[in-house]
Ligand binder design. Structure first.
Ligand code: ATP
Length: 242
């Protein structure tokens, strides 16, 4: 059986206004459903741009993005925002929680914004799985960084998106909290069937993924499957020296 693709970029090209080089220079990559993927590469190699374009947060100049087969790169507003809200989850380095809302209402917010009826039973289950049962009424400001990131993960999972994009999800966390969050991302894939695309600078974080894709100068230069931390670090050095 052919593995299902969750999200696919086809020949994406993007140059920011005024920039002399292409941020994305013909990137084609497909991320399989139910897999944990890391995107690595030196600073300025195009990782964030690839994430933003495949997530429908930004537009490439040319190329296509297919989200579970639907060409989101063709959608105009407000259809694009609608598709993104319904089908994509996000976990950012800075958590992006609303402090005026409780943990529980943060978790349900994307579905409220999308106008879909939240599945409260499922939301309770993901809150429990990320270890925050009993904290639903708390304000995010009362939680540690690791706990806040776990709220963000519960928020992403609660809407059952086709894909969760994570941008340096452990970038602001200490080692122990970072490891907990990575373990939860791994469990989300293994136990809940989530699909994750994670941008990271950290070989230790990338080693939790099934597949690591390396970018340099806006192009995919190589990829590794289930790599060990040491080989990821070596590959990063090689890619950075290009
Ligand atoms: N808003 C912008 N305006 C102009 N140029 C930009 C903008 N955002 C990114 N770039 C340029 O596009 C290229 C790719 O940047 P991008 O942020 O995607 O790389 P990155 O790999 O995510 O980098 P980092 O690891 O530092 O976050 C770089 O040359 C960068 O300077």
């Amino acid at each position: 059986m052919r593995d299902t693709v969750a999200v696919e970029a086809i020949n994406l090209v993007k140059t920011y206004p005024g920039a002399s080089v292409r941020a994305l220079d013909g990137v084609s990559v497909a991320f399989g459903a139910g897999t944990f993927n890391a995107v690595m590469g030196p600073s300025g190699s195009g990782k964030s741009t690839l994430l933003q374009c495949t997530a429908g947060l930004d537009r490439a100049d040319s190329g296509r993005v297919l989200l579970a087969g639907q060409e989101i790169s063709r959608l105009r507003e407000p259809k694009l925002t609608e598709a993104r809200r319904q089908r994509v989850g996000f976990v950012f380095q800075s958590y992006n929680l609303l402090d005026s809302l409780s943990v529980w209402h943060n978790v349900l917010l994307p579905q409220r914004l999308a106008g879909t009826r939240p599945d409260r039973r499922w939301a309770r289950e993901v809150v429990r799985r990320v270890g925050l049962a009993g904290r639903e009424k708390d304000q995010p400001s009362r939680l540690s960084g690791g706990q806040r990131q776990r709220v963000a993960l519960a928020r992403a999972l609660a809407a059952r998106p086709e894909v969760i994009f994570a941008d340096e999800p452990t970038g602001a966390l200490d080692l122990t909290s970072g490891r907990e969050v990575l373990g939860l991302l791994r469990e989300a894939v293994d136990d809940l069937g989530a699909t994750i695309v994670m941008v990271t600078h950290d070989p230790t974080a990338a080693a939790w993924a099934d597949r690591v894709v390396f970018l340099a100068d806006g192009q995919i230069v190589t990829e590794m499957h289930r790599p060990a931390v040491e080989s990821i670090a070596e590959q990063m050095t090689a890619v950075s020296a290009r």
